[in-house]
Design a binder for this molecule. Structure first.
Ligand code: FCB
Length: 457
């Protein structure tokens, strides 16, 4: 494999295949601000951030990066970076303030302008339709516990596709339905803040059904478009002192819940049998109706994979525990990000080759739709460069091992509102001063710019 060297960092990185897409990602609630401007309705995050104690230091996304008013400046940053594509999310309640029915033209106008600015800069717009900011009006009707939300999602996909689908050809339906189900509905640490534990499982199915129905709506509105979904995937590892078959069983159970519950129905048309892994069926089985799986398994143009780190598990300490695994810490002294997440680049190669082994020809081309790290404030973010370099190298290794990976979108272009952590975790290639909105590119920005340029040359 020919080797290219970026001008900023001497670490040589293998050249990814011709046509490989270099991108960066953000999400609406995390950057836009303008929380109630131009007719936008409230989302579950606008509500949740006002709950005392829900977000560190009471931070909110009311202002965030003020991207809503700094669209041109941000697109100019992306042009300087040399991005092929930009993954952003569309705020559902900006487009349909009540989630359904009346469309807000000023909301659609904003995304229309963003799309035109991106295309003018030679950057391919890659919107995600749902990155966790459900219209509060739909949450009031049960949110993703309510099957009807899947139909409302398809309505929203059609409205959006009809407006910008003449120019937008790569679409992502959902962001990380696993994380939204667990953090939002099982543990209650994200909006909408419901702590239902395994009773949150219908949220998995209704999101996936929404994906399937929205895919059909997008195919109708944008016949030459591509449709992807962005799943958070995590290879599951055992500690080296794992003792028993019970530990292996715990790893399989965790893998089912985190990975297979969301990938199997899309790629094989069926759900794994949770009861075979020690999870009670309870409210789960009844929500899956005839025809749902066929809608969910509609062919995808690509699988988006968001990767941050592997997950270590052991058998549960308490055999009567609700969940058939305990989360564990690795005993290896991995470097840690400020989020305390271990830095494990080879987990990404393991994940990608594991997907190929599991799904074979049913695996569509993969795009890394998120990967990045939180690092201390400051412009000389050497640790971020090392993280990105190691993970891009891990992608190249997977490609060399035969996995069809088509692109890499780093998380994130800008420092932004990191959900329950507020503004405390800085994931940006660009530092943002949240008091003034001032943007300053970091060393990692220059490094990524150099990498993209050298990969193209
Ligand atoms: C992912 C989310 C994204 C961001 C990163 C750090 O799970 O999709 O919005 O918060 O984590």
């Amino acid at each position: 494999m020919p080797v290219t060297t970026s001008p900023i960092d001497a670490t040589p990185l293998p050249r990814l295949p011709a046509g490989f897409v270099w991108g960066a990602s953000t999400a609406a609630y995390q950057i836009e601000g303008a929380a109630d401007e131009d007719g936008k309705g409230p989302s579950v995050w606008d509500t949740f951030v006002r709950r005392p104690g829900a977000v560190r230091d009471g931070h909110t996304g009311d202002f965030a990066c003020d991207h809503y008013h700094r669209l041109d400046e941000d697109v100019e940053l992306m042009r300087r970076l040399g991005l092929d594509a930009y993954r952003f999310s569309i705020s559902w309640p900006r487009v349909l303030p009540n989630g359904t029915g009346k469309v807000e033209p000023r909301g659609l106008d904003f995304y229309d302008r963003l799309v035109d600015a991106l295309l003018g800069a030679g950057i391919e717009p890659t919107p995600t339709l749902f990155h966790w900011d459900l219209p509060q009006a739909l949450e009031d009707e049960g949110g993703w516990l309510n099957r009807d939300t899947a139909h409302r999602f398809a309505e929203y996909a059609a409205v959006t596709g009809e407006r910008i689908g003449d120019r937008v050809k790569r679409w992502i339906t959902l962001n990380e339905p696993f994380v939204h189900m667990t953090y939002g509905y099982a543990f209650g640490v994200h909006a909408p803040g419901r702590a239902l534990m395994l009773d949150a499982l219908p949220v998995a199915h209704h999101q996936l059904l929404g994906h399937g129905l929205a895919t059909a709506a997008l195919r109708a509105a944008v016949p030459d478009g591509q449709v992807l979904i962005a799943n958070n995937c995590s290879p599951v590892r055992l500690r080296s002192d794992a003792r028993s078959d019970q530990d292996s069983a715990a790893a399989s159970a965790y893998d089912v819940l985190h990975n297979r519950l969301f990938n199997d129905p899309l790629l094989t048309g069926s759900y794994p049998d949770l009861s075979a892994y020690g999870m009670p069926d309870r409210s789960w089985g009844g929500v899956v109706r005839e025809g749902d799986l066929a809608a969910i398994a509609a062919p995808l143009d690509g699988l988006g994979v968001n990767y941050y780190n592997p997950t270590w598990v052991t058998a549960p300490n308490d055999p009567a525990a609700l969940l058939p695994f305990d989360l564990a810490e690795p005993e290896e002294p991995y470097q840690r990000t400020t989020f305390d997440w271990p830095v494990v680049p080879d987990g990404l190669t393991e994940l990608l080759t594991g997907l190929k082994d599991r799904y074979g020809d049913a695996l569509p081309p993969v795009t890394i739709t998120e990967n990045g790290c939180a690092q201390p404030t400051g412009l000389d973010d050497r640790a971020r460069v090392d993280y990105l370099s190691g993970h891009i190298d891990a992608v190249a290794r997977a490609v060399a091992l035969g996995v069809d990976v088509r692109g890499y979108f780093t998380w994130s272009l800008l420092d932004n509102f990191e959900w329950a952590e507020g503004y405390h975790q800085r994931f940006g290639l660009v530092e943002v001063d949240f008091a003034t909105g001032l943007r300053t590119p970091r060393a990692s920005f220059e490094w990524y710019r150099g990498l993209i340029a050298s990969q193209r040359s």
